[in-house]
Design a protein around this ligand. Sequence first.
Ligand SMILES: Nc1ncnc2c1ncn2[C@@H]1O[C@H](COP(=O)(O)OP(=O)(O)O)[C@@H](O)[C@H]1O
Ligand SMILES: [Mg+2]
Length: 341
Amino acid sequence: MIVLDRLTKEYVVGGAASRVLDDVSLTVERGEIAAVVGPSGAGKSTLAKCINLLERPTSGRVLVDGVELSALRGRALRRSRHSIGTIFQGASLLRRRTAADNVALPLDYFGVTPADRHRRVAEVLELVGLSDKAAAYPAQLSGGQQQRVGIARALALRPGILLADEATSGLDPDTTASILGLLRDLRDELDLTVILITHEMDVVRDAADTVWRLESGRVAESGPLTAILADAGSRLRGQLLPHRPAAAGDEGVRTWQLSYGADLVPADWLLRVADEVDARIGLLGATVESVHGRLAGRVTVAFPGDLPEGRIHAALGRVGLTGQPTLVPSAQAELPERASA
Ligand SMILES: Nc1ncnc2c1ncn2[C@@H]1O[C@H](COP(=O)(O)OP(=O)(O)O)[C@@H](O)[C@H]1O
Ligand SMILES: [Mg+2]
């Protein structure tokens, strides 16, 4: 478990103090994956550096399992830092070292015996599924494999906490998904506490149990992901379930924005609605997410433009959907040959 207690960080730039973190308090329980999100410049990386004490907070405390890391210095601090493994953007591996030697860097630094070094490296490479790549150099590995090596290196000193600052930035969506899957598996297997710092909303949706949104160095919003997705007033919810406007144009077609209620909507709603209004319906875009077994999201569909609104509302109501026509006419909205779900 990690606790940040009223953390403040000021940098002095040109003689003037600028406050980058302002009274940030945050708790992440053991076994929990917490995402810290926010726009560029919000203070996320500064927060990461204060958590692993690469930067000293101006005020406030960092506690790991009750130990106040921020009060330690020198040797005691270096030893306690073992409890936090850090994963960096783009893995940042040493080019001239093999995967195994990259993973061993923290072990070398702390001077473990060669036998322990060998055993530990084999163990963590297996955890990330790269046992067969121990002798490979970074240039011989894909971006995803390099980041797996980065994760293995972060695990080398058996930390209870994994801290990742933009660990999946720059990776393609499939590789991102596999890295997030790995982090979830590692959390389950090792009961890790994971802090994912990211500006990518897909990462939050796919992996986070709880979310903290930073804005100008302050916590602007926080809570369990499921609670945020259920909160219609949440700014974060809007970012997690973006409204994808349909493009402009086609005469004879009217786009509607539907809200997908939790649990109640039958899987074949599209067919049922098409049947009810006796017309073809185009599915233009959807962000329907299953979050911890509950559905939440928005759907954009196209109805024939001459269909009375009242009939559409009635048909939607029967399957537990609500909706309204979008103001902008849709573009490239073509109705399918027949309704399909
Ligand atoms: N070492 C530093 N000295 C002075 N200002 C800094 C330093 N590091 C970061 N900042 C400033 O702090 C703010 C937050 O930066 P950062 O923590 O990197 O944000 P994020 O990771 O959310 O993009 C920015 O305005 C940045 O310019
Ligand atoms: Mg950053």
